[in-house]
Design a protein around this ligand. Structure first.
Ligand SMILES: Nc1ncnc2c1ncn2[C@@H]1O[C@H](COP(=O)(O)OP(=O)(O)OP(=O)(O)O)[C@@H](O)[C@H]1O
Ligand SMILES: [Mg+2]
Length: 350
C-alpha cells in the first residue's frame, strides 16, 4: 500500500506484534515461491502495549536479533500496521479514471476519515466500475503518518530498509488467497486473533467487503485466566499454552466466554455488511494468529457463528528444503505467520 522502494526476487515480511515479532523470507525465483527462513521472537508484555511501542530499544534489539538468529539475508522488508491508526473504508465516487481519482481522493477522504486529512497517508483501489452507471466503488485506505513514520524509523534503527507498509488485514487476505481454495461467490470471514488486536476482514472473490480491527484478542483470555484461576501473567501464559489434562476444562470454559465476546464484535461487523446489502451471511471462517491455538476458541466461534471454521496455513502452497522445519509441523506453525507470510507473498508491482 504505502511504497518506499523497489523489491527483488527475495522478499521479507515482518510482523511486529504486541506479543511477538515474526519474520518470513521467501524466494520467488522458481515457479513456486520458496520458504527460505522464518522465525519469531517473543516480547515482554510491556514492550508493545495495544500496538503502541513503549520500549523502543527492546523492540529494535528484538528485530535485529530475529534477523541475525534466523540468518535472514535481505534487509529490505515489507511490514504492516493495524489498529486504530488505520482506516479501511469502501466508498462510492463519481465515475472517473484512476488518474482523476488520485487527484480527487484527498477531498473524498475528508468526508470519510475521522482524522485531520493532513495527518494521514492515503491510498485507494478502484474495486468496481460496473455497480452503477455513474458511480464506482473504491476502497479507501488511510493510515496516520505518525504511525507510518514511527514504524519506518523503528525498522531503520534495526538496520532494515522498509519497502512497503501494508495493512495487516490485507496481508491476511493475501496469505489466504494464495494458500486456500474457495469457490467463486463464497463469503469468507478472515479472523486473525492476536494479542490485543483481532483483524476482521470479510472477503468475496478477492474483494475486501468489510475490514476492521477489533481491540479485543488473546490478551482478554490471559486476563480472564489470571482473574478466574488466581495466577500471575507468566502462569496464565503457561496454562494457556500447556494446560495439561487437569486444567483443560477450566481453560476451555474461560476461552469459550472470551469467544462469546469476540462473537459480539464479529456480529457487529456482519450487521454492517447486511445493512449495506452486500452479503447477508458468511460461508466460511478462516482463523489465524497466535490465539487461534487457544483450546476451544475455534469450536466456540463455529458454534456461535454457525459457519465452518478452518485454521489457516499460509505455508500450504510454498515449497522448502526438507530440513527447514526440523521436527516441527508446518500446519501447527503456520497460523502464527499469517501476516508475515502474507506480506512476503506480495510481489513487486502489487
Ligand atoms: N500455543 C498457544 N496456545 C494458546 N494461545 C497462544 C499460543 N501461542 C500464542 N498464543 C496467544 O496468542 C497471542 C499472540 O498472538 P499473535 O502472535 O498473533 O499476536 P501479536 O501479533 O503478537 O499481537 P497483536 O497483533 O495483537 O499486536 C497471545 O495472546 C498468546 O497468549
Ligand atoms: Mg499481530
Amino acid at each position: 500500500m504505502f511504497k518506499f522502494g523497489r523489491g527483488s526476487k527475495r522478499t521479507v515480511g515482518l510482523d511486529i506484534g504486541s506479543s511477538s515479532i515474526k519474520v518470513v523470507e521467501l524466494d520467488h525465483s522458481g515457479e513456486t515461491s520458496r520458504l527460505v527462513r522464518f522465525g519469531r521472537c517473543g516480547l515482554l508484555p510491556e514492550a508493545i502495549v495495544d500496538g503502541e511501542v513503549m520500549d523502543r530499544d527492546v523492540v529494535v534489539d528484538t528485530i535485529a536479533e530475529l534477523f541475525e538468529v534466523n540468518e535472514i539475508a535481505s534487509r529490505h522488508v515489507v511490514s504492516a500496521v493495524s489498529g486504530r491508526a488505520v482506516i479501511v473504508k469502501k466508498i462510492q465516487m463519481d465515475m472517473m479514471t484512476d488518474e482523476q481519482a488520485r487527484e480527487a481522493i484527498h477531498w473524498e477522504a475528508e468526508q470519510h476519515i475521522p482524522f485531520d486529512i493532513d495527518d494521514v497517508s492515503l491510498d485507494f483501489q478502484v474495486l468496481n466500475r460496473e455497480s452503477s452507471p455513474d458511480k464506482m466503488d473504491v476502497l479507501l485506505v488511510a493510515a496516520k503518518k505518525e504511525m507510518l513514520e514511527a514504524r519506518s524509523e523503528l525498522m531503520r534503527a534495526a538496520g532494515l530498509t522498509p519497502t512497503v507498509i501494508d495493512v495487516e488485514s490485507f496481508a491476511v487476505q493475501n496469505a489466504y488467497e494464495r494458500n486456500h481454495e474457495y469457490p467463486e461467490g463464497n463469503v469468507t470471514l478472515l479472523l486473525n486473533v492476536g494479542c490485543f488486536v483481532t483483524n476482521v476482514n470479510i472477503v468475496k472473490d478477492g474483494i475486501p467487503y468489510f475490514t476492521r480491527d477489533l481491540s479485543f484478542a488473546g490478551n482478554a483470555i490471559l486476563e480472564a485466566i489470571q482473574k478466574d484461576l488466581g495466577v500471575d501473567y507468566d502462569e496464565a501464559n503457561e496454562i494457556l499454552e500447556n494446560p495439561g489434562e487437569e486444567r483443560l476444562d477450566d481453560l476451555q470454559s474461560i476461552v469459550g466466554l472470551v469467544g462469546e465476546e469476540l462473537a459480539v464484535g464479529i456480529e457487529k461487523s456482519l450487521s454492517y455488511l447486511r445493512a449495506s446489502g452486500e452479503a447477508d451471511h458468511v460461508d466460511r471462517i478462516c482463523l489465524s494468529g497466535g490465539s487461534s491455538f487457544a483450546p476451544g476458541l475455534r469450536e466456540s466461534i463455529e458454534k456461535r457463528q454457525g459457519s465452518p471454521v478452518e485454521v489457516a496455513n499460509p505455508f500450504r502452497n510454498l515449497v522448502w528444503e526438507e530440513d527447514l522445519f526440523g521436527s516441527e509441523d508446518p500446519d501447527l506453525l503456520g497460523p502464527h505467520y499469517m501476516v508475515a507470510a502474507g506480506l512476503a507473498l506480495r510481489t513487486e508491482g502489487e
